[in-house]
Design a protein around this ligand. Structure first.
Ligand code: RP5
Length: 164
């Protein structure tokens, strides 16, 4: 049974990741894309990760945005469990500034890709935009909203700098 009304799953390893991952959720809200947000930890709740990945296709998820920090195994493990495309967000950490998260996510072995974004908030927002771009391939109304979002951003950039 599919639930196409929720095409995007935003998952994260911890409550502490939410301020970052909310950037992806904000993009979903801005573009009118239904999503769910869940805490799914590769280390603390491995059975939850397994169940989420196992049911993703049948539940109608089309893109999974997965954010984690430190030993950030969530995106890669999710990619190993489902063929639904996984977009990985390296959450910025205190100890190593998120380079640990990035390296944990980006170097996947051949066969199980994770589309890895930049570290931190910009990466989470871009994950939302990447998900929107994927969904827009099959949804002309969403494509128009995404085109407008991009045009609005472009128009908001001043021609010249000013003193602040
Ligand atoms: C990871 O450990 C989470 O994704 C989070 O980024 C990091 C720290 O988690 P907390 O100790 O803040 O719960 O699993």
């Amino acid at each position: 049974m599919t639930h196409p009304q929720v095409p995007v799953g935003i998952i994260m390893g911890s409550q502490s990741d939410w301020p970052t991952m909310k950037e992806a959720a904000d993009i979903m809200d801005a573009l009118g894309i239904a999503y769910e947000a869940k805490i799914v930890s590769a280390h603390r709740t491995p059975d939850r990760l397994w169940d989420y990945g196992k049911s993703a296709v049948d539940r109608g998820l089309q893109v999974i945005i997965a954010g984690a920090g430190g030993a950030a195994h969530l995106p890669g493990m999710m990619a190993s469990k489902t063929r639904v495309p996984v977009i990985g967000v390296p959450v910025q950490t205190k100890a190593l500034s998120g380079v640990d998260s990035l390296y944990s996510i980006v170097q996947m072995p051949r066969g199980y890709p994770v589309a890895t974004m930049a570290i931190g908030a910009a990466g989470a927002a871009n994950a939302g935009l990447m998900a929107a771009g994927i969904l827009a391939l099959q949804d002309s109304e969403l494509a128009a909203r995404l085109d407008k979002w991009r045009a609005d951003l472009s128009a908001s950039i001043p021609q010249e700098p000013r003193d602040e």
